[in-house]
Write a new protein. Structure first.
Length: 351
């Protein structure tokens, strides 16, 4: 386990944001513990009821496994996909349970929102939390009542979503139709947040899955069909224009955006499932592509990537054993690492 004073400074930027909110429906929860805290959502195995939270104390470097179960006396559930912090609460999409778990910042359950579908990914804006449902809808959750107050139809099997310019950009994967005549979806739905209606559908490469907001537009990573359509990274402006990207980053699959730069990686597998991993960063303002952006000689075999404060977080998993989390500064230097649970998919920070 490794930690440093530098990671505390890198985390500091997120806490003033996390304390601001349109969500004042509940009293401020108790402090999450001494020092700054980070939670890692571990999805576990499908249908194994072993999703979990790891709590990491940034000050001490201590990682506590099974924290949600400790706080609530029950398991988080089956196949949790996403977690966000918004105002005084955390929201966790638990796909296998068909619920969104709402907790305090100390992971104590406040409510389980029944979705009637599999919730996949979450975003928040203007006092609302938005969730993609795998049945082809986006749900809007009021953060005061903790009720779904509206739903909008989008494309097939939507995955990640991002807010940009007063609109939601939703990646429609069509992943459940991969072996049918219909096949993968290839669209990004644009939902106006005021009317909460779909106002556009933009064609992209097959099987779009990951979306991050970046300045005046969004980056969209598509997985392709794993056979003759390769993965692709695309940039969509608010006006719907797709920009051509540098060759080195056109096939990035997992992405996050931090301080004006896109970070992520490209995973390529051979017939024996041996992976070739390329870590890539791209600054759209300068056009600079950095390969590899991780400067440490020893690089993890990655599973997911996300932004936590001013850190870039890389999770590692072999799908069998508990995984690990690596935190890097924007120069690609390792500032902390610690163990997590099975299949760590997302990290968030609280204070």
């Amino acid at each position: 386990m490794k930690t440093s004073v530098k990671v505390l400074l890198l985390f500091a930027a997120i806490f003033s944001f996390a304390a601001c909110s349109d969500d004042d429906s509940l009293p401020a929860p108790p402090d999450a513990g001494e020092g700054s805290m980070m939670y890692v959502l571990n999805s576990g195995d499908w249908k194994s009821n072993n999703s979990s939270l790891t709590r990491y104390n940034v000050s001490t470097g201590e990682a506590v496994q099974g924290y949600f179960e400790q706080q609530n006396g029950r398991c988080l559930g089956n196949t949790a996909n996403d977690i966000i912090v918004y105002g005084s609460k955390m929201y966790i999409a638990v796909a296998g349970e068909g619920t969104i778990e709402v907790t305090t910042l100390d992971a104590k359950s406040l409510r389980q929102i029944e979705c009637g579908a599999q919730p996949r990914y979450l975003a928040a804006y203007g006092g609302k939390v938005y969730a993609t449902y795998y049945d082809g809808h986006v749900a809007r959750i009021d953060t005061f009542s903790l009720e779904v107050d509206a739903k909008v139809k989008v494309g097939r099997n939507p995955e990640q979503l991002a807010v940009c310019g007063g609109k939601l950009f939703v990646a429609n994967s069509g992943g459940m139709d991969y072996n049918t005549e219909i096949g993968y979806d290839n669209t990004v739905s644009v939902v106006d947040l005021v009317s909460f209606c779909e106002v556009d559908k933009i064609e992209v490469v097959l099987n779009p899955a990951n979306v991050v907001s970046a300045g005046d537009g969004v980056f969209v990573a598509s997985y392709g069909n794993y056979v003759d359509v390769p993965s692709a990274l695309q940039y969509i402006s608010k006006g719907g224009v797709q920009y051509v990207l540098p060759d080195a980053c056109r096939q990035m699959t997992e992405i996050c955006y931090n301080s004006g730069t896109l970070y992520g990686f490209l995973s390529q597998y051979d017939a024996n499932w041996n992976a070739t991993i390329t870590y890539i960063s791209y600054n759209p303002s300068t056009g600079v592509v950095d390969v590899p952006w991780i400067k440490e000689e020893q690089k993890p075999v990655p599973y997911k990537v996300c932004t936590v404060g001013e850190c870039v977080c890389v999770t590692a998993s072999d799908y069998i054993n508990d995984g690990d989390v690596y935190l890097y500064d924007t120069d690609g230097m390792l500032v902390a690492e610690f163990p997590a649970g099975l299949n760590p998919v997302k990290a968030v920070a609280v204070e």
